[in-house]
Design a protein around this ligand. Structure first.
Ligand SMILES: NC(=O)c1ccc[n+]([C@@H]2O[C@H](COP(=O)([O-])OP(=O)(O)OC[C@H]3O[C@@H](n4cnc5c(N)ncnc54)[C@H](O)[C@@H]3O)[C@@H](O)[C@H]2O)c1
Length: 266
């Protein structure tokens, strides 16, 4: 198996893409540490153990560097130093026009989505440098390019992650570390399945593939980027969106989506 002997850490692994990625890394042979704000992240660790791999879970707010440091220290004591980091935890709760977005809500989204990734990278990268090997995979979004209506903080945080990831490559490629950003389109997570059908349908309609992506497809890409064979892919922005980016600019600027969401009337 391609990841046998590797230790991975996935943040935001209680559900969605993070959980799918953690299970996929385990199926590919890695031992996998998982963390989340939600205590039911322990269920993901249980599933990983059922797959025959070692696992440990920690409840951590990635926005808090002290919790991140403590959590990763505990997880590493159980499993060993982290070889593969999937920085995935994020929120999208802050949906409002810029004029109505409070400073506090802007700050919280940046703290989790962008500073949270920085906190986690900083906590694991020292051990990667020492071993001259590491894989860092950062979950950005198609929203990083062209923005997203009423999600200024989310779009800014996801664009910021690309700058962070590329700087990590510049500084640490010589240490055998790769850092790549994944930019998904709309993916069929539990949360997306609960979105209004009009939004899902409108997104599928502007996607050349005419469908949403699956969590397994994203997990597969993550698992590949974690392998030895992916060692020369570095500082890349990798779209996984059924070709949506080719279809003129950002999701939020598309007439179909604006109309469906009633954004033009406001
Ligand atoms: N689902 C999509 O369509 C989509 C599209 C583009 C990008 N993404 C990105 O992919 C990643 C995963 O998305 P998802 O849809 O699976 O999200 P999700 O909301 O289903 O899961 C996110 C997980 O992160 C956890 N989390 C939130 N705040 C946290 C914090 N402060 N500390 C620790 N954990 C925290 C949540 O509890 C949750 O388990 C995110 O970075 C998201 O921005 C998703």
């Amino acid at each position: 198996m391609p990841l046998t002997g590797r230790i991975a850490l996935v943040t935001g692994a209680a559900r969605g893409i993070g959980r799918a990625a953690a299970l996929r890394l385990a199926r590919d042979g890695a031992d996998v540490a998982v963390c989340d704000l939600q205590p039911d992240v322990e269920d993901t660790a249980t599933r990983i153990r059922e797959l025959g791999r070692r696992s440990a879970a920690a409840v951590v707010d990635v926005a808090d560097p002290v919790q991140v440091g403590d959590g990763i220290r505990q997880l590493s004591e159980v499993l060993g130093d982290i070889d593969i980091l999937v920085s995935n935890a994020a929120i999208v709760s802050n949906i409002a026009p810029l004029t109505k977005m409070s400073h506090e809500r802007w700050q919280r989204e940046l703290d989790i989505n962008l500073t949270g990734a920085f906190n986690v990278v900083q906590a694991v990268i020292g051990a990667m440098i020492k071993r001259n090997w590491g894989r860092i995979i950062v979950m950005s979004s198609g929203a990083a390019h062209g923005g997203l209506h009423h999600q200024v903080a989310y779009a800014a945080s996801k664009a910021g992650l690309i700058g962070m990831a590329q700087t990590i490559t510049l500084e640490h490629a010589r240490h055998g570390i790769t850092c790549n950003a994944i930019l998904p389109g709309l993916i069929e997570t539990e949360k997306v399945q609960r979105m209004p059908a009009e939004i899902r349908d409108a997104t599928a309609a502007i996607t050349p593939a005419r469908r949403l992506g699956s969590m397994d497809e994203v997990a597969h890409l993550i698992a590949f980027l974690a392998t030895e064979q992916a060692g020369f892919i570095n500082g890349a922005e990798i779209d996984i969106d059924g070709g949506m980016r080719l279809n003129t600019g950002s999701l939020g600027s598309r007439k179909e989506v604006r109309t469906q969401r009633g954004l033009d009337e406001r």
